[in-house]
Design a protein around this ligand. Sequence first.
Ligand code: FAD
Length: 431
Amino acid sequence: MSEKFDAIVVGAGPAGTSAAYTMAKAGLNVLLIERGEYPGAKNVMGGVLYRHQMEEMIPEFYKEAPVERPVVEQRFWMLGEDSVFTSGYKGLEWAKEPYNNFTVLRAKFDQWYASKAVEVGALLINETVVTECIVEDNRVIGVRTDRPDGDVYADVVVLADGVNSLLAKSLGFHKEFKPEEVALAVMEVINLPAEKIEDRFNLEPNQGTTIEIFGDATKGALGTGFIYTNKTSINIGVGTTLSGMIKLKLRPYDLLDYLKNHPIVRPLIGGGEPMEYAAHLIPEGGFHSMPKIVGNGVVVVGDAGQMVNSIHREGSNMAMTSGRLAAETIVLAKEANDFSANMLDTYRIRLLESFVGQDLKKYKDATHTFESYPQYFKEYIPMINQAASQFFTVDGIPKREKQKKIFKRLTEGKSKLGMVQDIYRAWKVMK
Ligand code: FAD
C-alpha cells in the first residue's frame, strides 16, 4: 500500500462517505479507509436521516436507499414518573414524495451509501485502522495503517473518524474532550411486527414516528431519551452528558432499563425482542468545543469536528454537509495544486457560513447553560406534569380558581424573580 492518492478519507460514516463520494465524482483518485468489517458495522445513531442534505449528495436517494420509514410525526414528551406532557406535529405531506426525514438503520444505510462512493470511483478498504497521520515538514502527507506495509500517501487527508477523533488529537487539533462536552448514549433495536408498530403509534404502513423524551427518561439529568419507529423494529435509547452521569452516579444501562420499564413507555415496546444493543459517544460541546478543522494537507469533518446540534438531534446531516464542503474545497485545491492550510481554509469559511456553522453558533451556550442550571430538567418538567394533571382533572373547582391554585402551587417555595431569570436564560440560549 504505498500508492499515492489525491485524497485519503479516514472513516466511512456519513461525513467520510460524503467527502469520498464528492471527490471521486469530480474525478479525484480517492481512498476511503474504514476500520469496521463494513461501513456501518460500528456506527450508532438514533436513526433519523435528513432528506435535504442527503439529496444534495444523491437526488431521490430514497428510491433505492435502504430507508426504514418516512417520518410523518415528531413528538416531544416531558416525562414525569407516571405521566407525560406531550406536544408535537404530524404532517401527512411528509408521507409523500419528496418526504421530510427517514428513519434508517445505520448498518444497512452506511453500507449502501459507501457503495455509491465506490460506484463513482472511490476505493474502499474495510477492516483497516488508521493509526496515525504521516507528517513531513509540518504537512500531513499520508496515513499509517495497521496493515503490513500500511503507509499510504495523498495530497490531502480527510479525518472523518468520528467523535473523539484520536487522529485530530494527535495532530494537536484538540485536547481530550471534557465530560461536559460529550454525551454517552445507549440504545437497543427491538423487533416488533409492522402491524403492531402501526397500531401502537397510530401509523399507516410506510409512515414513521419519532419521540424525543425529556425529564424522567434521564432521571432529571441533562439529556434525552428517544423512540423511533423502523419497518419492523423500534429504536429506543437514552443519552446524557458524561458529567451528568458522573454527578448523579447514573449507569447508562440502568438508565435504558429504567426507560424501557417506564409505565408510559412499556406498552409501546412490550412483547418486542431486543435484537441489538449499542453504546456510543455524541459530541455535545457545540460551537465552543469545535477543534481546529484545517491544517496543511488535512481537514476534519463531521463528529470529529464536534459538529452536532444536540438541541435538534442533528448530526448526520451536519456530517454530510461538512464532508461535501471539505471535498468541494479539495477539488479546487487540486486544480490550484495547493494543499496548504491557507487554501483549505475555504472549507472552514464555507462551513461557518452554512447552516452547520450558523446553528452551532445559535446554540453555542445551550448545553453549558442547561448543565449549569439543572432545574430545567429536574424541577420544571415534574412541575409541568403536575400542573397539567390538575388542569385536566374535572373536580367541580371553577376554572379561574383552579388556575390560581395551579399558579400558587407552581410558585410555592420558589422565588418569582428566580423563575423569571430561568425563563429569560432559557430564551436567551434558544432564541
Ligand atoms: P461516524 O458516523 O461516527 O463515522 C466515523 C467512522 O470512522 C466510523 O465508521 C468508524 O468506524 C470510522 N473510524 C474511526 N476511527 C477510525 C480509524 N482510526 N481508522 C479507520 N476508520 C475509523 N444524528 C442524526 O442526524 N439523527 C439522529 O437521529 C441521531 N441520533 C443519534 C443517536 C445516538 C445514540 C448517537 C450516538 C448519535 C446520534 N446522532 C444522530 C449523531 C450521528 O450519529 C453522528 O453525528 C454521525 O454519525 C456523524 O457522522 P461521522 O461520519 O462524522 O462519524
